[in-house]
Design a protein around this ligand. Structure first.
Ligand code: GLU
Length: 307
């Protein structure tokens, strides 16, 4: 994989078409990277649910908005041997343990004193080899990292210094797949990503990921966790909200230029029906002036104002 110093990135999961919320995050990731002289990379996070052809559709939609990126597009499914080598390295150093807990067992276990809500309670951390052998016959284990801290601080362009919980989190799921929290850290480091822009639903994951980066000998990136797009009921936008992808909107007569214009106006970077391109938005972009609250996207958003 090509290593490039200083890059931002957009890392979609190719499970279907990108919706307006995803596209807005991608525009922001591009603006943050390109206005700071960084490269911009696309990584397909396809270790999980994927839909055939979704990656090509997503790339076409990003290009339609004017987003460009530095090739190649990296697919996590091509990098399994790399993740495996890192997991094995941690395992051989005694820095992992097998965990046989179900989700329910974790929720129901009494949490350790002072442990944050929802943190892994440590049930399998100190099992003996005999106990592990017995449990392996009932359930395949997930692999957790042994962490040596309970919290970690990251720097975020929108949230400032943010400190969050770090528990013994899963780095390999019990079906053998590398966990998202491991793959994202390994890839960002390998690709020279030093700026991570993504939805603020992932803010609480950043301390774990930044901590893992330091454990693997890399410098954590800086972050910008940007507000999500919500529907009129205040719930995170999804495909259930009707026409929310470029394809759906085009079918209703809403061109991509209007979508970009609305995304830009929601960010305070354009007037409502002003036709803009990314070069213009780059000139106007000021991270400090970005809205800190979600964009509520009502269906009436797409009605064009009379001239
Ligand atoms: N693949 C994740 C998603 O689509 C994003 C992960 C990240 O940006 O770190 O939500």
């Amino acid at each position: 994989m090509s290593t490039q110093l200083r890059a931002g990135r957009y890392a979609p999961s190719p499970s279907g078409d990108l919706h307006v919320g995803n596209l807005r995050t991608a525009v922001l990731a591009w603006l943050f990277a390109r206005t700071t002289g960084r490269g911009f990379l696309i990584r397909m996070e396809d270790l999980d649910r994927t839909a055939p052809g979704a990656d090509a559709g997503q790339l076409a939609d990003l290009a339609a908005l004017g987003i460009d990126w530095d090739p190649p597009v990296v697919y996590q499914s091509d990098r399994l041997a790399t993740y495996r080598a890192i997991i094995d390295g941690l395992h051989n150093a005694g820095e992992t343990f097998e965990c046989f807990c179900t989700r329910r067992e974790i929720l129901e276990a009494p949490s350790a004193p002072h442990a944050p809500q929802g943190a892994y309670p440590g049930t399998c951390r100190d099992l003996t080899e005999a106990q592990r052998a017995e449990r392996r016959s009932t359930r395949p284990p997930a692999i957790r990292i042994r962490t040596h801290v309970s919290e970690f601080a990251v720097f975020d362009e929108l949230h400032g210094s943010y400190t969050g919980a770090v528990d013994d989190f899963v780095i390999q799921r019990n079906d053998g797949t590398p966990a998202y929290n491991l793959a994202v850290v390994v890839d960002d480091a390998a690709q020279g990503v030093d700026q991570v822009v993504r939805g603020d639903d992932l803010l609480s994951s950043a301390p774990r990921q930044a901590y893992l980066a330091t454990r693997l000998g890399s410098v954590p990136p800086t972050y910008a966790h940007v507000p999500m797009v919500l529907n009129a009921d205040g719930v995170r936008l999804s495909k259930r909200d009707g026409a929310v992808t470029l394809t759906d909107l085009a079918a209703q007569g809403i061109p991509t230029t209007t979508v970009l214009s609305r995304i830009a106006s929601s960010l305070g970077l354009a007037a409502r029906d002003e036709t803009v391109d990314l070069a213009t938005l780059s000139e106007r972009f000021d991270p400090g002036a970005l809205p800190k609250s979600p964009w509520i996207l009502a269906p009436t958003e797409w009605v064009t104002s009379p001239p």
